[in-house]
Design a protein around this ligand. Structure first.
Ligand code: UD1
Length: 431
């Protein structure tokens, strides 16, 4: 299993190209299931979750190929014309919860689908009850059998029917499943309490290119007029705001100056506000986001609470905490979205951080210096936060189990090396 070896203490300088968003690419690969025509996606990041999703759709009988010899943001060509197995097996779903995104499109196009229940995951129980409830409101019959959600339309029906869907909480993949299902449903669907994340907007724009009729995406009320058929399209995946936010935190903590090309400042308002309050210089322009930071001694710790977009993203909580642990002063980090998302804390403490967790709140007391150690990545964003901590720690930090990082970051260590970090991948077995 691969590890990352980081020798801390270097400032980060230069340019880095931000990849397409994992959380947009995954639903968009599933949107290709809605049509029997070719779909071309550009700017698809090279990461493990995308490979898993490609495996998943190929397993259904979809042809899905990456253009060969492409550097960085690649193009993927999909054709679900010969899809014969509208199923997502446990072996693939258990490694990636986002596989549940296949349910809405499969059910809408074929009238039946069988998708494994995802089970638990490191950051919390993460049920899919809202996905089921919403699709049931659209007329689907869904039973759970042998660990699978088996969904079908009632006898005599060939399409889902439009419905008003009010979820108990804001759910990102839930909203995406409903958007895709409603695009092919009969009549109008109104999503109330819809997620407003930029990835939802990007998916809606792709669906509109396929012929869907959608209004209100980017707000909490989305209206979809179902159409009988969707056609193929070409679409470029929006830049990854979480990858960009991670690099912003890395430069802020390590000090230095960088341009994050393709990053969208307007998708990161909450994080950028906090970085400015912490003392960093951040400028958003057409070509990306620029950041300059004098490093740890000049950073002021910032309290924040994670909320749905446009609030502070839960997917940035761990990385910003890495900055707080070496900043001046005390801060309070409150996680409101997932119940178990402080698993990086104990690892950061091994590096010398002072953090005390009580329920949803982590109290952080900034320390002048971290010291390198071996730490273990426990989930995707936690891994990124440990890399940031390693960049500022004195001496060597070895981040173990970085397969979590590879799930969601496109060649992170190569990009950090490009900015001057002393970081290398060590391949080999874990202890
Ligand atoms: C998506 C993102 C993930 C991000 C999260 C919150 C993708 C592929 N993943 O995950 O990176 O951290 O949004 O921004 O886009 N919930 C239920 N029942 C449901 C659905 C959700 O109880 O049926 C709960 C979850 O347990 C969680 C909250 O609702 O506490 C929000 O989850 P949700 O927005 O659905 O997260 P994901 O879409 O899985």
């Amino acid at each position: 299993m691969d590890k990352l070896l980081i020798r801390g203490g270097r400032q980060l300088r230069g340019e880095v190209l931000i990849s397409g968003a994992k959380n947009a690419a995954l639903p968009e690969l599933c949107a290709a299931l809605l049509t029997d025509q070719p779909v071309v996606l550009h700017n698809v990041p090279r990461l493990q979750d995308v490979s898993t999703m490609l495996k998943l759709v190929r397993n259904m009988g979809v042809s899905a190929e990456r253009d060969p010899n492409e550097q960085g943001g690649g193009t993927v060509r999909l054709n679900a014309g010969d899809l014969t197995r509208p199923e997502a097996p446990y072996e693939l779903v258990k490694t990636m919860r986002a596989s549940v995104l296949a349910l809405g499109p499969l059910l809408a196009r074929f009238g039946h689908a069988k998708v494994s229940l995802p089970g638990g995951c490191a950051i919390g129980s993460r049920p899919v009850d809202q996905h089921i409830k919403g699709l049931q409101a659209m007329g689907a019959e869904i039973v759970v059998e042998h660990g699978y959600m088996v969904a079908r339309l009632p006898a005599g029906r060939t399409r889902l029917k439009g419905a008003r869907i009010l979820t108990d909480m804001v759910t990102v993949t839930g909203t995406e499943n409903f958007l895709m299902a409603a695009a092919l449903a009969e009549g109008e669907t109104l999503l109330e309490n819809a997620a407003q994340e930029p990835e939802i907007v990007d998916l809606a724009e792709m669906l509109i290119r396929m012929g869907a009729k959608i209004e209100g995406h980017g707000t909490s009320h989305i209206r979809i007029q179902g159409v009988e058929k969707l056609h193929g399209c070409e679409h470029a995946v929006v830049a990854d705001r979480i990858e960009a936010g991670t690099f912003l935190c890395a430069v802020a903590a390590a000090g230095g100056e960088a341009l994050l090309r393709h990053a969208r400042g307007d998708h990161l308002d909450a994080v950028i506000d906090k970085l400015r309050d912490a003392g960093c210089d951040v400028a958003c322009a057409q070509d990306g986001i620029r950041i300059a930071s004098k490093g740890a001694e000049q950073l002021k710790a910032q309290s924040f609470s994670t909320t749905e977009y446009p609030g502070f993203p839960t997917d940035m909580q761990a990385q910003f905490m890495a900055l707080n642990v070496i900043a001046r002063g005390a801060s309070m980090v409150t996680e409101t979205i997932f119940e178990n998302r402080f698993m990086h804390v104990n690892e950061m403490v091994r590096l010398g951080a002072r953090i005390h967790v009580e329920g949803k709140v982590a109290m952080v007391e900034g320390v002048p210096q971290l010291s390198g150690a071996t730490v273990m990545a426990t989930d995707l964003r936690a891994s990124a936060s440990l890399v940031i901590a390693g960049l500022v720690a004195e001496g060597e930090t070895l981040v173990d189990r970085i397969y979590h990082l590879d799930r969601g970051y496109d060649r992170m260590e190569a990009k950090l090396r490009g900015l001057g970090a002393d970081i290398e991948r060590v391949t080999g077995a874990t202890a």
